[in-house]
Design a protein around this ligand. Structure first.
Ligand code: WTA
Length: 647
């Protein structure tokens, strides 16, 4: 793909787990791998024993209707019971479950007992608003404890949640409400971000204009500015909670009951509702959290993701809480009020485990090592990354300047679809190589294959596939089982196709190279090229648009758009700004294109497909690939010339 990745593939440094770490580690030899290899079902059956079941499951895996796999069939359980109730019956009831740090500097600690109370009450609130088992609840919230409480309350009554990232626009929120046909929306007046207020309620009001399936809205007071409340529809969280009964019987959910929907970008303009279920998901995130983060009872763990993404679901909320861990929740930006906010938080709470994204690390590198140097980071013992390939340089910086050379780094590869981490080192046993996610987790089978499904030799690129089902796998796409089969199970029948390219090296280590489909990974966030294109063509002056991901030093990829305008419209710098803003408004700031280029025509194949690959070559300054299928090869040269002038 880019120079970064070439550098990544020549990487040959190896880091053994530090002796001191290995000696105390949960896993310090290969027996777990060997066991899972020998007895795949036995391994996953045993993992499920750490979950409390109301009714034991009968079968670990039912593959009779593949690829619609079922796990732990016949089992009954409740996720909130496992994440909260059971800890209140042990010494953990007085342990911090959530340490919340607000951006303005306010903080709040909820013990398991307190979390239990809030979750029970809010579950009753949801019931009183007419939410029944199976009804969908949309959550559009800042990173505050009430977001976690709302998620857990949904699981308590068996109502699937659909969390929509607070940075998404009103339109994106509306699309997701419509698709899920959600009954209740939980939001807040606003959240703090970089010193200003993100007006969530205002966006929500716009989203609900003109009518949706939402009947009631619950609003948490966070920022306190005046917000309009619609009589009969909108209710303050604190008013409802003041009247709520203290206990709510947890619903006995079937292992295969839907737990949540989470929308993610795919290769069409319409986001996919990725559907996870109860039993397998909980076993998957519980087990991976425990082993990969080498979790110990006294640890303070911090994952810096937003709960609007799968990383927040699995590794801020469900994985940590199921294990009875203390999880840190930070509301705001890493550079507010200063560029050392993350390091300040680590120092303040003595955080032991930090899980963040390569794009954040590259940003910290740019800001300079003086920021972490000014804070005491000696409590850290383990570091993790997720979301995109990490370049070896950033890995080395993380290792040295944050980990002080003593903390293993777990580079974890997974997806919204996989629900749980799939390829990763276990920090006490697998030597790491900067830039490689190393080996599949025990009980996971991954491979790199060519177009025909044949394994490729070491060092050669191919498609990353998963050859066996796993408990936390998505079960389908909400309301679109056909798309589920086509997207993931058709390219290589019997195997799950990840959409990623990868290589394996001589030691069998995996090096994930990035997406091979039309999905862009901007700062670890997935955005579909088609989503941005559809937003652009909604603008009255735009005729056609082609969007590509272009490598970017900090974000991994940046969004570049090639736009043709309608007859007679002039492409001015003002129009470029306007179009960028237009996209941000349609989808959210994360989808704002970095570059927009006006061109008279777009390169197309004879069958009318836009050749994005060629545009990527141009944008990244490479020699052009094969152009023989173009209708008019001259088009591409024109674009190239123009790009040089403007770019
Ligand atoms: C990419 C985020 C390389 C990959 C959990 C994948 C990674 C997509 C890594 C999923 C990693 C995630 N190394 N690439 N450690 N982790 N990716 O659904 O392209 O937001 O397909 O899930 O991110 O993104 P998603």
């Amino acid at each position: 793909m880019s120079e970064n990745f070439e550098a990544l593939l020549q990487e040959n440094r190896v880091f053994e787990p530090p002796t001191e770490f290995r000696e105390k580690a949960k896993v310090s030899d290969l027996s777990l791998y060997e066991w899972a290899q020998k007895d795949f079902l036995g391994f996953w059956a045993d993992a499920a024993k750490e979950i409390e079941w109301f009714t034991p499951f009968e079968k670990v895996l039912d593959d009779s209707n593949a690829p619609f796999f079922k796990w732990y069939t016949g089992g009954k359980l409740n996720v909130s019971y496992n994440c909260v109730d059971r800890h209140t019956k042990t010494f953990r009831r007085n342990k911090a479950a959530i340490i919340f740090e607000g951006e303005p500097g306010d903080s709040r600690i909820l013990t398991y007992q307190e979390l239990y109370r809030e979750v029970n009450k809010f579950a009753n609130v949801l019931k009183s608003l007419g939410v029944n088992k199976g009804d969908r609840v949309t959550i559009y919230m800042p990173m505050i404890p009430e977001a976690v409480i709302a998620m857990l309350a949904c699981t308590r009554i068996g109502a699937p949640h659909s969390v929509v990232f607070g940075g998404f626009s009103a339109q994106a929120l509306k699309d997701r409400i419509d698709d899920a046909k959600a009954k209740v929306l939980v939001t807040a007046d606003g959240g703090y971000r970089r010193g200003s207020i993100v007006e969530l309620k205002k966006n929500a009001d716009v989203a609900l204009e003109g009518g949706t399936t939402i009947e009631k809205v619950v609003v948490v007071k966070r920022t306190g500015q005046e917000v309009p409340m619609t009589e009969g529809r909108d209710f303050w969280y604190h008013d409802l909670m003041a009247k709520a009964a203290l206990y709510c019987e947890p619903e006995q959910c079937d292992a295969e009951d839907m737990l949540y929907i989470l929308y993610s970008s795919g290769t069409t303009g319409k986001p996919k509702g990725i559907q996870h279920t109860t039993g397998g998901y909980l076993v998957g995130v519980h087990t991976t959290f425990k082993y990969i983060f080498d979790y110990r009872e006294e640890d303070i763990y911090w994952c810096t993701a937003d709960i609007g993404w799968v990383t927040g679901h699995s590794y801020i909320v469900y994985g940590p809480l199921s294990n009875g861990a203390t999880t840190v929740l930070y509301e705001g930006a890493p550079d507010w009020p200063q560029k050392d906010r993350f390091w300040e938080i680590i120092e303040k709470y003595r955080v032991n485990i930090l899980y963040t994204a390569p794009t954040a690390i590259r940003t910290f590198m740019r800001w300079g090592e003086k920021w972490p140097k000014g804070r005491d980071l000696s409590s850290l013992r383990l570091l993790g990354t997720v979301g995109e390939p990490i370049n070896p340089e950033a890995w080395m910086w993380y290792n040295e300047h944050i980990g002080g050379g003593r903390c293993p780094i777990v580079d974890t590869w997974w997806q919204t679809e996989t629900g749980m981490i799939m390829i990763t080192p276990l920090p006490g046993v697998i030597p790491t190589k900067p830039g490689s996610a190393t080996k599949p987790f025990p009980g996971v089978e991954a491979d790199v294959v060519n177009d025909k499904g044949e394994p490729v030799p070491p060092g050669q690129g191919g498609y990353l596939v998963l050859k066996k089902p796993w408990p936390a796998m998505l079960r389908t796409l909400y309301g679109d089982p056909e798309r589920y089969v086509n997207t993931y199970w058709s390219k290589f029948p019997g195997w799950y196709f990840t959409g990623d390219g990868a290589k394996k090296d001589e030691d069998g280590y995996f090096w994930v190279l990035g997406r091979v489909d039309d999905v862009i990974n901007v700062s670890g966030h997935r955005i579909g090229t088609m989503e941005v294109e559809s937003a652009l063509v909604e603008h009255p002056l735009v005729a056609e648009a082609a969007v590509i991901g272009k490598s970017h030093e900090v974000k991994g990829q940046a969004i570049a758009a090639f736009v043709t305008l309608k007859e007679g419209v002039e492409g001015t710098p003002e129009l470029i700004q306007e179009l960028k803003q237009f996209v941000a408004q349609k989808i959210g700031a994360l989808a704002r294109p970095d570059d927009i280029f006006f061109t008279a025509e777009l390169p197309k194949t004879r069958s009318g497909k836009i050749m994005r690959r060629l545009l990527r070559d141009i944008a990244e300054g490479r020699a052009l690939g094969d152009t023989t299928t173009l209708t008019d090869p001259a088009v591409i040269n024109k674009i190239k010339e123009q790009y040089k002038e403007e770019g």
